[in-house]
Design a protein around this ligand. Structure first.
Ligand code: KIV
Ligand code: ZN
Length: 522
């Protein structure tokens, strides 16, 4: 059996479905490109039947990604499989992933069917999906709690029907590593046609065992691990890709497995996913937490100075974390910025040099010194800005008296080409600025969460504001970054307003198409 373990990333499907606000198509594409650079074998990027937005993002990613296989999810239903096949058909090679629950509790309580009926649906779905592609994956949802005889039967029949990958999820994160290992071992011992499929595992982290379970499964013959960046996903999340990749790399001598992951891209991909998904990474998270390579106690620092391997089992550089934080000033020329970006792993396609350099000079004037993380933040913000933004900030002036608890703000907003200026008061500068924006625009947004964090170190950090807001029953995530936290707050709100406005336009357009279609049918 080969020692190559396939990495199947489901950040954009299982991870995304657990977010407070959905990602835009553009954000999903940014993540897909980062996953491709990271070297994932397969990326599952959505559930096309679930919404037109999901369909569109699967299609856009399938059109763009060339070096990883793009996959979409479907229930064991023909209409789901049709939608997945249609969205993926623009790709050169794609995978359809179809699933149904197999545990007694799911079969009886959720599906309200007998196990034999479910078996028949699974076989039908796999055969139907094979009409569109040879690459069909079948998942036994809640396999971890499925009676082993039923699981063996289901796996054998799905392989007979044409599934080339069989996924064994621990959907509720319940099994212990020894139990999960024994499930995989039993499948290898008892399913006669098991050699005709790759066995995959998909573990959730409810008891913090998803990574241990996945590694144990590989030791018992599984050769695909399903995981997400930063472990994002339903409830306590999914198995974390970066942990799996670094375990298999750091303990290769003991475990003996290979992956196609380019570990140098881990840090950057993790930061991108955390920012776009508005899911901060806990400081002590393995591999990608901000403390993962920090040595705090005197004894540890002393050991590190004498020899790095006293307390370091892998280097920060191995995951692309550069400790060499050069600072730049307004005297740094374009070639310095370009060179620095290249050293940080960015290619010229990742950003627009003119826009980046203008933003850099602007920031250097305000801060004096600009660091690597500032450049990364500028690239991130540039990627969020669209040419056709309906609202742009022209001017912002605030006055605040914290003792009296009073503040006022004057905001000039460009609304579709026309400047509108409003002054308002509030219980603090952010509140006052938000009131002024609300008066200057026709956009009434309901903010459901507001987070302020520091991007960078110490006094030199930029303020980052993330807000989640609801508008016409949809949720949006906006982000703002600036040296001034009120300005960052205003940018985050304007970002959300532009997203909401764009969603309105798409809805209007669809409505007009529908009306003209209804008219033609009459
Ligand atoms: O957790 C799970 O069982 C799933 C399946 C759809 C694979 O996400
Ligand atoms: Zn899952």
């Amino acid at each position: 059996m080969s020692n190559r373990v396939m990495i199947f990333d489901t950040t954009l499907r299982d991870g995304e479905q657990a977010l407070a606000a959905s990602l835009t198509v553009k954000e999903k594409l940014q993540i897909a490109l980062a996953l491709e650079r990271l070297g994932v074998d397969v990326m599952e990027v959505g559930f096309p039947v679930s919404s037109p937005g999901d369909f569109k993002s699967v299609q856009t990613i399938a059109q763009t990604i060339k070096n990883s296989r793009v996959c979409a999810l479907s229930r064991a239903l023909e209409k789901d499989i049709d939608a997945a096949a249609q969205a993926l058909s623009v790709a050169e090679q794609f995978r359809i992933h179809t699933f149904i629950s197999t545990s007694t509790i799911h079969v009886e309580s959720k599906l309200k069917r007998s196990f034999d009926q479910v078996l028949e649906m699974a076989v039908g779905a796999v055969k139907y999906a094979r009409r569109f592609t040879d690459d069909v994956e079948f998942s036994c949802e809640d396999a971890g709690r499925t009676p082993i005889d039923n699981l063996c039967r289901m796996v054998e029949e799905a392989i007979k029907a044409g599934a080339r990958t069989i996924n064994i999820p621990d959907t509720v994160g319940y099994t212990l590593p020894s139990e999960f290992g024994s499930i995989i071992q039993t499948l290898f011992n008892r399913v006669p046609n098991i050699d005709q499929a790759v066995i995959s595992v998909h573990c959730h982290d409810d008891l913090g065992l998803s990574v241990a379970n996945s590694i144990t499964a590989v030791q018992h013959g599984a050769r695909q691990i399903e995981c997400t960046i930063n472990g994002i996903g339903e409830r306590a999340g999914n198995c974390s890709l970066e942990e799996i990749a670094m375990i298999l790399e750091t303990r290769k001598g003991q475990l003996g497995f290979e992956t196609g992951i380019n570990a140098q891209e881990i840090h950057r991909t993790s930061a991108l996913v955390s920012n776009l998904c508005n899911m901060p990474v806990q400081a002590n998270k393995a591999i990608v937490g901000s403390n993962a390579f920090t040595h705090s106690s005197g004894i540890h620092q002393d050991g590190m100075l004498k020899s790095k391997n006293t307390y370091e089992i892998m280097t920060p550089e191995s995951i692309g974390l550069n400790r060499n934080n050069l600072n730049m000033t307004s005297r740094s020329g374009r070639h310095v910025i370009k060179h620095r970006m290249m050293e940080m792993g960015y290619s010229e396609q990742d950003y627009d040099m003119d826009t980046l350099y203008d933003a850099f000079l602007d920031l250097a004037d305000k801060k004096g010194q600009v660091f690597d993380y500032d450049l990364e933040a500028l690239v991130f913000i540039e990627a969020q800005t669209e040419q056709d933004d309906h609202f742009t900030l022209q001017a912002l002036a605030v006055q605040s008296d914290s003792v009296q608890g009073k503040a006022s703000a004057t905001v000039t907003l460009n609304v579709d080409g026309h400047d509108a200026t409003q002054t308002a008061s509030g219980n603090g500068p952010v509140d006052a600025a938000y009131q002024a924006i609300s008066q200057a625009s026709d956009c009434k947004i309901n903010i459901t969460s507001y987070q302020l964090s520091a991007k960078g170190e110490g006094q030199n950090a930029l303020g980052q504001v993330d807000i989640t807001a609801s508008y016409h029953d949809r949720r949006f995530h906006g982000v703002g970054l600036a040296t001034d936290v009120v300005e960052a707050s205003v940018q985050a709100l304007i970002h959300v307003m532009n997203l909401a406005r764009r969603a309105d336009k798409v809805a209007d357009h669809k409505q007009r198409i529908k009306q003209s279609r209804d008219f033609t049918t009459v």
